[in-house]
Structure formats: structure tokens, C-alpha cells
Design a protein around this ligand. Structure first.
Ligand SMILES: Cc1ncc(COP(=O)(O)O)c(C=O)c1O
Length: 349
């Protein structure tokens, strides 16, 4: 199967497994695991922050970031389909007692004017205190879209003036950095806290980093324990992270080129793919223009040996490229997807 469902389906490469096999480990909870310490050290510099902590998942990183910068009853602003709002099981309410406010956006990006308009005055004893803004870059549900650096900088300036904390869900930050040619540190330093996921395009079996100031990371380490995320010989998996930061970042450009080739091939075959939306490793397919529902489309694709997955949008499917996908897979997918969906060049059946 050409598995384009997500960049989370990657297998560790033989070289990554070799790095895991020779990892020097210790008791991570006691901060005695040298490989975890090395990954955290590198992560801080990479993300433009004072300190980084190693966590099992990006969900945990996001939720800890929200919890350490808010009080119960505070309000979180985020794009209405962002992962923290719709895919973390109500975590902001459950873990931090937050009121959430989803902002409508284009390509996953809301504006500083929307933030200014949404922030509640702190003069009233009745209103929740708008306290934190979360940005997702790249933005998953809009199809891996990228925030330009100047928009991030403007938002960061406005948040500082309005006394709002600013979190980056940069699960796919390295895709954004590679796509724009802006370093992750230059992007990351505009935020109070930054999440980076190691198990998506970077190809690790698991793991994430949360970065911020020493002060915030001291709180984050306590919460890591509280959430049950303080581990023991975690260098076994941190070794994969160190390996990925060295060997799997620049190659994300190949995933992006393959997504573009796939999008162009499908578009030429007459499928409803908006080429402008393809900025990183996602290709979105709008089934609304074909007379097909989602489940039927996924079933037919699977019969042709291609895995695509559903999105938050009822008629939109996505294909996601990653390090398990070759140029040859893409050429085969360009043939198989239109065949599965009953589309011939230029004609939607
Ligand atoms: C934008 C974004 N943030 C956070 C996460 C959470 O990652 P995990 O499932 O590894 O906790 C995901 C996972 O898909 C994601 O796409």
C-alpha cells in the first residue's frame, strides 16, 4: 500500500535504529540520561528558546504549554480547526480549565485584528481573562499551510502589548522552516512556548519537544511529571530524535517536492486539487466536485493500493508525503488515484 494517510506512519530507518541501538542512557527522571539531555540542549537552540524538555507526544507538549501559562477560567484563542481545539479531547478544558474561542481563518491563519477584537477587557469582574493565543504552523487541517514570518512577528508584538501569552503548536515547524527558508529558531523565538513533534515528518517512533524560558520550563518539568510523562531510560527514543535533527530535516524538501508532483499529476488528471494550497507535504482533494462520499472514496482508493485519510472537512481527503514515500510511489499514486475515483484526464466521472 502507498500509505499517504499521514506523516505519522513512518517506520524508523535502519540508520535510526542503529543510533537507537547504541544510545547511552540513564534515569531521565533524575536528569541523568545523557541522550535526553543532548536532545534537549539541541532542541532549545533549534527552537530559539532558553530551554527545551523532551516529552512523549506533541499533545502533551501543547497541553503542558497551555497549563503553565494560564489559570482555570482563562480564555484561549486559537484557529477554530486547530489541533489544540479539535483533536486533543478537550484538553484545554480538562487539564487547564480554559474557556476556548475558535477564530475563523484563511489557510489556518487568523489576523492581529481578529485577536485585538476577541480580547476581553480585564476591567469587568464578569468576563474570563483572555490569556493565551495558540498558532499552528504548519497548519494541519488547512492542508499543511505555512504562516509567513512577518505575520508571526506582528502577532507576537500585538500579544506582548495586550499581555497575552503566545504558544506555537509547531508539530510540523520543521516543514514550515524548510518551505520558507526561515530557520526554526527565527520563527520560534517570537513565541513564549514552542512544541515540536519528532514523530511526524522527522520520522521518529515517538517524542516531542516543548521549549521556552528557563522559568516556564521549570514549571513544565513539574507538569511533565504530573501528566505521567517523566520517563526512565528515555535516551532509547531520544537517540532517534538526535538522529532525526541531524539527518531528517533537509530531506523534508523532498517530501514537499513529492507533494507538489502528486498535486500536479492529480490536477492534470482532472481531479479537484487546488495547487495553491500545496505549500508543504499535504495534498487536499475536494470530493465535493466528484459525486462521491468520503467513506466510498477511501474504500476505492484502498482497493487500488493507496491510503488517503479524512480531514475535519466532510468532503476533503488528504494525501501526506513522508520519508517512507518514494518518487516511484508518487508516480504510481498519480495513476492509481484518478483510476480509483473514476476520473479520466479532464473529466470528473
Ligand atoms: C498540528 C498538530 N499538533 C499536535 C499534534 C499531536 O501530536 P501527537 O498525536 O503526536 O500527540 C498533531 C498530530 O497530528 C498535529 O497535527
Amino acid at each position: 500500500m502507498i500509505d499517504l494517510r499521514s506523516d505519522t506512519v513512518t517506520q524508523p530507518t535502519p540508520e535510526m535504529r542503529a543510533a537507537i541501538a547504541v544510545a547511552v542512557v540513564g534515569d531521565e527522571q533524575k536528569r541523568e540520561d545523557p541522550t535526553v539531555l543532548e536532545l534537549e540542549e539541541r532542541g532549545a537552540g533549534l527552537l530559539g528558546q532558553e530551554e527545551a524538555i523532551f516529552l512523549p507526544t506533541a499533545t502533551m507538549a501543547n497541553q503542558i504549554a497551555l497549563r503553565i501559562q494560564t489559570e482555570p477560567g482563562d480564555e484561549l484563542l486559537a484557529e477554530e480547526n486547530s489541533h489544540v481545539l479539535i483533536a486533543e479531547v478537550g484538553g484545554p478544558a480538562f487539564h487547564s480549565g480554559l474557556v476556548t474561542r475558535g477564530l475563523p481563518a484563511r489557510a489556518g491563519r487568523f489576523t492581529v485584528d481578529q485577536v485585538r477584537a476577541a480580547v476581553r477587557e480585564r476591567t469587568s469582574p464578569h468576563w474570563p481573562r483572555t490569556r493565551i493565543v495558540s498558532v499552528e504552523n504548519t497548519h494541519n487541517s488547512s492542508g499543511g499551510r505555512v504562516w509567513p514570518l512577518d505575520e508571526i512577528q506582528r502577532l507576537s508584538d500585538v500579544c506582548r502589548v495586550l499581555d497575552l501569552a503566545l504558544h506555537l503548536d509547531g508539530a510540523r515547524l520543521m516543514n514550515a522552516a524548510v518551505a520558507t527558508g526561515v530557520s526554526p529558531a527565527e520563527i520560534g523565538r517570537n513565541f513564549d512556548t514552542v512544541t515540536l513533534c519528532l514523530s511526524k515528518g522527522l520520522g521518529c517512533p515517538l517524542g516531542a519537544l516543548l521549549a521556552g524560558s528557563h522559568e516556564l520550563m521549570a514549571k513544565a518539568r513539574r507538569n511533565k511529571h504530573l501528566f505521567g510523562g517523566a520517563m526512565r531510560q528515555a535516551g532509547i527514543v531520544a537517540a532517534a530524535g538526535v538522529y532525526a535533527l541531524e539527518h531528517h530535516v533537509d530531506r523534508l524538501a523532498d517530501d514537499h517536492a513529492r507533494a507538489r508532483r502528486l498535486a500536479e499529476g492529480l490536477h492534470e488528471a482532472g481531479l479537484p486539487v487546488d495547487l495553491e494550497q500545496v505549500e508543504t507535504n499535504f495534498v487536499q482533494l475536494d470530493l465535493a466536485q466528484l459525486d462521491l462520499d468520503r467513506a466510498e472514496a477511501v474504500r476505492r482508493l484502498a482497493e487500488e493500493g493507496v491510503g488517503l485519510s479524512a480531514t475535519v472537512h466532510a468532503r476533503v481527503l488528504r494525501a501526506v508525503t513522508h520519508l517512507g514515500i518514494t518518487d516511484d510511489d508518487i508516480e504510481r499514486a498519480v495513476e492509481a488515484i484518478p483510476r480509483a475515483l473514476g476520473v479520466r484526464a479532464g473529466v470528473a466521472a
